[in-house]
Design a protein around this ligand. Structure first.
Ligand code: HEM
Length: 392
């Protein structure tokens, strides 16, 4: 048996222009271990409690905006692209959690994070697909969207510098009733009592925004695709939310644990992991696990191509989670030292968004559209997910 050491070349070459090199996603070895140790506590369940109000606030705003749009013209059948909306919502949740009130008060902050950040990412992915980013010599030539990457990255960097300075000076605060991710990054220290530098803080915050927006946005999109195509799943969720959160009560830390159905989410993502396996693979080899196929292996999962949330429900007698068919059979958040640090954050966020939409809205899919998975690091729907939303 060989321990396979992972090489994060893929992430470092592709995302460096926007997140730099001193962050969890890209760093390795001692630097990564130190940062992980310093940041881990922010994502413990107890510390995430203060994020709940940010998620409910942002979700309430999105629902209000969508319902207003859908009632503007009753005669017209307004169709809404849920993929676009969920990606925007999850981006505003993570940006509000990472940057606090600076995200709302600093001029152009929202525009830079929601628009410029997206444009830079798109340009980076475009250039990576053409292998430009991966060849340092060619990546310096001023063509194929290089100006979008350079100018956008500079604007984002200057904005986050200002956000950090403002928070240090006490000009901005967390948007929740407790410390946010920026507070944690500013206050945490390593074993020798050393804090992160401002450059490290900036890169970690930008990495949270990068790693924590579209991933969860796509999860929501696929969840709503399931709800709109599986009436039984939708009804089970609605029955539960009406029982646990009647009369549009907002999700809180107290009532969230009673939403059992909403904890059963499936996520799909291409990624690389550390693993032990029975193949002889030279040390240092980069391996990519196709989690889409892994999660559909019929030798591991009964009725593997069916969506069945009941396979994730806890045993009603013991309260225990169901046992996996193999420790590495389910890897939406990867495994090993680089596994997703934001897993608890993502599942908490998904649960709240799902519960509030099911509680307050009716939605149906626009007929005749093609839903085609599109693999670009994460898995989106190629043409979005068009739906009609109305007030319940
Ligand atoms: C459904 C949503 C999500 C999925 C499916 C997901 C999946 C993953 C996966 C597979 C990795 C490992 C990548 C690798 O092998 O290097 C990862 C890493 C990471 N994720 Fe997530 N993620 C999600 C949400 C989030 C959120 C909400 C945050 C932040 C709040 C976040 C922050 C990170 C960070 C910082 C890393 C790098 C960790 C490290 O290398 O030490 N993720 N994620």
């Amino acid at each position: 048996m060989y321990k396979i050491i992972l090489n994060h070349l893929f992430f470092s070459t592709i995302f460096t222009p926007i997140i730099g090199k001193q962050n969890l996603l890209v760093s390795e070895g001692h630097e990564h271990e130190r940062a992980r140790h310093m940041i881990n506590p922010a994502f413990y369940h107890t510390n995430l409690k203060s994020i709940v109000s940010i998620i409910t606030d942002q979700t309430t705003k999105t629902i209000q905006k969508l319902l207003q749009r859908s009632t503007l013209d009753q005669s017209e059948q307004i169709s809404i692209d849920l993929q676009y909306q969920f990606n925007a919502l999850t981006l505003s949740v993570i940006a509000s959690s990472a940057f606090g009130s600076g995200f709302e008060t600093i001029a152009n902050a929202q525009e830079i994070i929601t628009q410029t950040y997206g444009e830079v990412l798109e340009a980076i992915i475009y250039r990576s697909m053409l292998m430009i980013n991966q060849i340092p010599f060619i990546s310096k030539f001023p063509f194929l969207k290089k100006n979008i990457v350079d100018n956008g990255a500079r604007m984002i960097s200057e904005l986050v510098d200002k956000i950090i300075t403002d928070r240090r000076q006490g000009d901005t605060t967390s948007l929740s009733n407790g410390p946010d991710l920026l507070d944690l990054l500013l206050s945490t220290v390593d074993n020798e009592g050393k804090s992160f530098t401002d450059q490290e803080i900036k890169e970690h915050a930008l990495t949270f925004v990068l790693a924590g927006s579209e991933t969860t946005g796509n999860l929501m999109t696929w969840m709503f695709y399931i709800l709109m195509t599986h009436k039984d799943v939708f009804e089970a969720c609605r029955e539960e939310v009406d029982r646990v959160l009647p009369n549009d009560i907002e999700p809180t830390n107290e009532n969230l644990p009673a939403l059992h159905h909403f904890s059963s989410c499936h996520c799909i993502r291409e990624h690389v992991i550390d693993a032990e396996c029975q193949l002889r693979i030279p040390a240092g080899t980069t391996i990519t696990v196709n989690s889409y196929l892994l999660h559909r292996r019929s030798d591991l999962w009964p009725q593997s191509d069916q969506f069945d949330y009941t396979r994730w429900l806890r045993d009603p007698k013991t309260g225990l989670k169901p046992k996996l068919p193999h420790p590495f059979a389910y890897l939406p958040f990867a495994a090993g030292p680089h596994h997703c640090i934001g897993q608890n954050f993502a599942l908490l966020e998904a649960k709240i968004i799902l519960a509030m939409f099911v509680q307050r809205c009716n939605f149906e899919m626009i007929p005749g559209q093609k839903i085609i998975p599109d693999f670009k690091i994460t898995m989106r729907t190629k043409y979005g997910l068009l739906a009609r939303i109305s007030k319940r």
